[in-house]
Ligand binder design. Structure first.
Ligand SMILES: *[C@@H]1O[C@H](CO)[C@@H](O)[C@H](O)[C@H]1NC(C)=O
Length: 621
């Protein structure tokens, strides 16, 4: 009898995991995820306690000491071991120290695309205790100057192929007494100094630690530019503490020193720099660095280098899926893809086509204080609500009025939580462990990102500006961005920045910029509804010249709609939602429509025929 009871109890006990699995199918994954978070937290805290202080750079130096001959970076046919990267960065640092226009600790702007010198120059500046502003290598003229000025850099280091872009703004830079160093042997333009020869001749002796003894965890480490909601790009500050915690992004997703990491996103953005580069410093993986993303070379590169981990943004995955099918599509060693912005249908297609690759979709932003990762592999989701995680990082989704472009508030003036299955604005409580560091010299924008009186009077949240949804199984889905930005070709476009520039063109009185969807494309392509100045005709050629000289290609409005008068909302905000819905179909929009035509170097009248070709995909945008 007793035996019988014991075996019954045992039997029931054995059933518990099965029952849990049915009732809470993701419980085990949720627990594992939280264990990971705790492990990261403990590692982080123990590093924070080290004396002397331990920074991201120190992790790199640990790798150099431990595995000097391991490949850290491969670029084309060039292979760089940890030791070589270290030596090369010492050379740059020593050459800089000897330069009269630079003092260790000065803020330096780095204007460079993806190449090994980006990595070695950043390391050199870290060794010298200098914060580095990572300038987008696509920006030009007014935007370039703005980005350079707003972080108060005194030195500009530029890649040799960006010489023309530097020359365009040279007089403004020299006026401010900027030291301008070009990574080429010599440069005959007055005011720009060739720097490569000095680097080659410099010694590779290590840089004394004392040069960075002034650095604390609160010191700015890098400035990364984002086009948040309005205006020109803003410099988000990432301090040393943030970089130290960023070391965990790849290791916490199971990436190790044995992995070969394919880095084809720009190093001046958070994805490439923080996730890719800083992440690999921690793991000691080998980085296969690409100048830029190429869909046609992607898998050949992966095969050639035995790549095991790839990094993506949504567009990357779509482009890969839209290349012609090949017999060897599944022949590769890629086991994991990490990134954000992949759509559910592309995700399915990707797995079908390229085989069983684990996809780690995450949600995060450069300046934000909350992030999610889809550790359960649920197609389409960016993450999962995790009870423990939410205790550490209290975030919530609140109801949002897209017409009025503001959160819904109740009779007491508090925000209203969105229900499960309902789209809401993601806000995250600003705390000591989830601080909001803000943008440099932009208190107005900082205040815009802060939201007060959210759930209680007097509380303070970070407003992500992103609309998300939580389903009944607790998966989190990204829905849209609110307000004044849209994404095109992986870049954020700030609509007010574009409209400011359009109205400088001479012929436009007002311009309302927004993004419109085109079938078969991620994100939205730029469009402007504009009014003309009195007695002025629309000049497509002049407009084209203006747009091309002021805006990077992804931000140029592809369509312009000329209206007699601008419609505004009750609160005098420009009407965007209606215009977005009306789109660019000349069959239904009565106003004259123009399309940017790069071959004709002009804005041309958008005919029904052109419209048809765009919709059928025979004109590529
Ligand atoms: C890739 O792996 C294969 C077999 O595992 C090996 O023969 C080859 O040398 C590797 N290639 C590189 C670039 O490491």
């Amino acid at each position: 009898m007793e035996l019988h009871l014991i075996s019954l109890a045992l039997g029931l006990l054995l059933l518990v995991p099965v029952a849990l699995k049915i009732l809470f199918p993701y419980l085990w994954l949720d627990v594992l995820f939280f264990v990971d978070i705790m492990r990261i937290f403990v590692a982080f805290v123990s590093r924070r306690r080290k004396k002397p202080a331990f920074f991201a750079l120190d992790r790199f130096l640990e790798q150099v000491a431990a595995v000097p001959d391991k490949s850290f970076m491969v670029f084309g046919d060039e292979r760089y071991t940890f030791a070589l990267v270290d030596e090369q960065s010492n050379r740059i640092a020593n050459a800089l120290r000897a330069h009269p226009g630079y003092t260790p600790g000065d803020t330096v702007a780095l204007f460079m695309g993806n190449e090994p010198a980006f990595v070695t120059t950043w390391l050199a500046l870290a060794k010298l205790g200098s914060p580095v502003a990572l300038l987008n290598s696509n920006i030009r003229s007014k935007s370039l100057l703005h980005c350079f000025n707003c972080c108060r850099a005194t030195v500009l280091i530029a890649a040799s192929e960006l010489r023309n872009a530097v020359e365009e703004v040279l007089s403004f830079l020299t006026e401010r007494g900027t030291t301008i160093l070009l990574m080429s042997k010599d440069c005959d333009t007055p005011g720009i100094q060739g720097f490569s020869a000095q680097v080659e001749e410099a010694s590779d002796t290590p840089i004394p630690r004392s040069l960075r003894s002034h650095i604390t965890f609160k010191s700015p480490a890098v400035y990364i530019y984002t086009s948040g909601t309005t205006g020109l790009p803003k410099a988000a500050v990432l301090n040393q503490n943030r970089l130290l915690s960023a070391l965990a992004v790849l290791s916490s997703n199971g990436i190790t020193s044995k992995d070969i990491f394919y880095l084809n996103l720009p190093l001046y953005h958070t994805a490439g720099f923080i996730v890719g580069f800083i992440g690999c410093i921690e793991t000691g993986s080998t980085i296969i660095l690409k100048k830029k993303f190429s869909a046609s070379q992607f898998w050949d590169d992966c095969r050639k280098h035995n790549v095991t981990v790839i990094q993506y943004i949504g567009e990357v995955m779509r482009y890969l899926c839209s290349t012609p099918k090949k017999d060897n599509d599944k022949e590769h060693k890629v086991r994991l893809a990490i990134g954000n912005g992949i759509r559910a249908e592309v995700w399915r297609e990707f797995l079908n086509r390229f085989g069983n690759i684990q996809i780690r979709e995450f949600y995060a932003s450069t300046e934000g204080n909350v992030g999610f990762v889809n550790y359960a592999g649920k197609i389409g989701a960016v993450g999962r609500v995790n009870f423990f995680y939410r205790k550490l990082f209290p975030y919530t989704l609140i109801k949002y009025d897209t017409e009025r472009d503001e959160p819904v508030r109740d009779a007491n003036g508090l925000c209203v939580k969105a229900l499960k299955g309902e789209t809401g604005l993601l806000v995250s409580k600003i705390t000591d462990i989830a601080p909001f560091l803000g943008y440099v010299q932009n208190e107005e924008q900082n205040e815009r990102k802060r939201l007060r009186n959210v759930l209680k009077k007097g509380d303070l949240y970070f407003n992500t500006g992103d609309l998300l949804k939580i389903d009944h199984d607790n998966f989190i889905y990204f829905q849209d961005r609110v307000g004044d930005t849209f994404r095109w070709k992986g870049e954020n476009v700030a609509t007010t920045e574009v409209s400011d520039i359009l109205t400088l063109s001479g012929c436009l009185q007002e311009a309302n910029v927004y993004g419109v969807q085109v079938p078969g494309h991620e994100g939205r392509i730029g469009m402007a509804a504009a009014t003309l100045k009195k007695d002025v005709k629309f000049d497509g050629r002049r407009m084209y010249q203006h747009v091309v000289s002021y805006l990077p290609s992804y931000a140029r409005p592809r369509f312009i709609r000329i209206q007699d008068a601008m419609e505004v909302t009750g609160t005098f905000k420009q009407m965007k939602v209606k215009l977005m819905e009306q789109g660019f179909n000349p069959g239904s929009v009565q106003d004259p429509l123009y399309i940017l035509d790069d071959r004709a170097e002009s804005y041309m009248l958008l005919t029904a025929e052109i419209y048809k070709s765009i919709m059928s995909g025979s004109i590529k945008l």
